[in-house]
Design a protein around this ligand. Structure first.
Ligand code: PMP
Length: 398
């Protein structure tokens, strides 16, 4: 018997919470764990732009034959347009090559395995804290993990000086995981000036940025959110981007993202990309088509693209409203601590500062589920569930 020796895996800090939530029999339960956008009715509907693209695909798709290892070509070039802006030097000089991959997670995993197998870059620096799955993904690929400081609990803000000081200890060739925008879990991003400092630090010390770009359009706007990436890409010759369309197209279960390799020259990009494809071949051979075809259909059609941008803006603005309402409702429920910092955080999450014990109490006594780090998915809040959430928080803070 070989399975008797297998140890039961610990529950995933985020998805394990969803399992526990599903099993909870209480009727007024609220799940603010996983980062899924909900509309005012508490639903995660398919975007209209996506539905329309699917109708086009249903009428025009002629074959379900295999894609190449790199996926849908039109999709891959559309991804580059979103990342860099259409006429970017990197695109013109063919220094970037993109492979469609299964979501942001699959893209990060392909990137990590490609780096581990083919380069001297075997250590990755991630922010403390970071998305709970980063360590898991990078460890699975065999990379060693170091942490740089990022968050200052006392101020509910960023500690940029500490971030720089820690990254100065990284060795030439080390990888630096940077959140393109809407840092998960803190919701605190670098400023334009800080991105310039980061770009110079990577350039001077030979560090290789790996961008995790899972929330483009959820911060300020599609182009605005790419500012950090574009600043770094304009100065640092080699980088990798793992992006996802789970959130901004609402294509969570289509598993659609991409890994983009930027090299100093076209020929180095071609060589690196050949190994990215080889990594894909050894993992899942070639990606599924549907999600990529939806995204490329939308981005190639001016009307559909506009509709998508309008829908994305609606999602972004609804979350911003929920942030304000959250802060106000906490106040009106009698919470005396200042939670105004929540209004200035970006993206789907609010890093509340609640302790592990308070998080457990929220779940056990009030059926309000948030991640152990104190991360709350604001994207799951509605006018309706807000009083329940804030009453519960007021009770655990009392
Ligand atoms: N990176 C970050 C920072 C994320 O928050 C997420 C999703 N929660 C991902 C990557 C992965 O996204 P996907 O669901 O597309 O794999």
């Amino acid at each position: 018997m070989i399975f008797t020796q297998v140890e039961l895996a610990a529950a995933d800090p985020i998805l394990g919470l969803t399992d526990a939530f599903k099993a909870d029999k209480r009727t007024d339960k609220v799940n603010l764990g996983v980062g899924i956008y909900k509309n005012e009715a508490g639903l995660t509907p398919i975007l209209k732009s996506v539905k329309q693209a699917e109708e086009i695909l249903l009428a025009t798709e002629k074959s379900k034959s295999y894609l190449g290892m790199e996926g849908v070509e039109a999709y891959n070039s559309a991804v580059q347009g979103l990342l860099f802006g259409a006429d970017h030097e990197i695109i013109k000089n063919k220094r970037a090559l993109t492979a469609q991959a299964p979501g942001g997670t699959g893209s990060l995993r392909v990137a990590a395995e490609f780096l581990m197998r083919n380069t001297e870059s075997k250590t990755i620096w991630v922010s403390n804290p970071t998305w709970a799955n980063h360590q898991n993904i990078f460890k699975s690929a065999g990379l060693s993990i170091e942490q740089y400081r990022y968050y200052k609990a006392e101020t509910h803000g960023k500690d940029f000086d500490a971030m720089v000081a820690d990254l100065k200890m990284a060795k030439t060739g080390d990888l630096v995981l940077l959140h393109g925008c809407c840092h998960n879990p803190t919701g605190i991003d670098l400023t334009e000036a800080e991105w310039h400092v980061m770009a110079k630090l990577c350039l001077d010390n030979g560090l290789v940025p790996l961008f995790d770009f899972a929330y483009q359009g959820f911060g300020t706007g599609v182009d605005e959110d790419a500012q950090g990436l574009r600043i770094v890409a304009s100065q640092v010759p080699e980088l990798i981007i793992a992006n996802s369309f789970s959130k901004n197209f609402g294509l969570y279960n289509e598993r659609i993202g991409a890994v983009t390799v930027v090299a100093d020259t076209e020929s180095n990009a071609v060589k690196a990309f050949s190994q990215v494809k080889s990594t894909i071949r050894g993992n899942y051979s070639n990606p599924p088509a549907h999600g990529a075809l939806i995204v490329s259909t939308i981005l190639a059609d001016a009307e559909l693209k506009l509709l998508w941008e309008t829908e994305l803006t609606e999602m972004r603005e609804r979350i911003a409203k929920m942030r304000t309402l959250f802060v106000e409702t906490l106040k009106s429920e009698g919470v005396s601590q200042d939670f105004s910092f929540i209004s200035s955080q970006n993206g789907m999450f609010s890093f509340s500062g609640l302790t592990k014990e308070q998080v457990a109490q929220l779940k056990d006594e009030h059926a309000v589920y948030i991640v152990g780090s104190g991360r709350i998915s604001v994207a799951g809040m509605t006018k309706e569930n807000m009083p329940v959430i804030c009453k519960a928080i007021a009770a655990v803070l009392a």
